[in-house]
Design a binder for this molecule. Structure first.
Ligand SMILES: [Zn+2]
Length: 123
């Protein structure tokens, strides 16, 4: 399952942060991803719960996934941001620039990234 490797990668990064801060435990991890990253929140949370069950410092923690809006770069006018909301079935994955109406756009990948980590610090 794809979500397992994502969770393992997140936890590996957070372990480093825990080490740096000599933290007692992790309270919450917030991650974000773009809408075309094929991350299924339910599966991500499920994988997280299974994996942290064996990790003392993560046992009580929560994972939260924030979905970011799609972002394009227009190859015609250099616009960067959300695509035009206009829906046309035949162009489902061919986004339109809201500034110049060009379809010569590139969908920017927004991989799963850690936004914030809440730690329980030791006194
Ligand atoms: Zn444009």
């Amino acid at each position: 399952m794809h979500e397992y490797s994502l969770v393992i990668a997140i936890i590996d990064q957070v372990k480093e942060i825990v080490k740096q801060h000599k933290a007692k435990s992790v309270k919450k991890i917030t991650v974000s991803a773009g809408p075309y990253e094929m991350v299924i929140p339910e599966l991500l949370y499920e994988a997280y719960d299974i994996i942290i069950d064996e990790l003392d410092k993560f046992k009580e923690s929560k994972l939260e996934l924030i979905m970011k809006p799609a972002e394009i770069t227009c190859l015609n006018c250099d616009y960067k941001g959300e695509p035009s909301k206009e829906k046309e079935e035949e162009f489902a994955f061919n986004f339109k620039c809201p500034k110049c109406d060009s379809r010569d756009t590139h969908l920017n990948m927004q991989y799963l990234t850690i936004e914030t980590v809440d730690l329980e610090l030791s006194e």
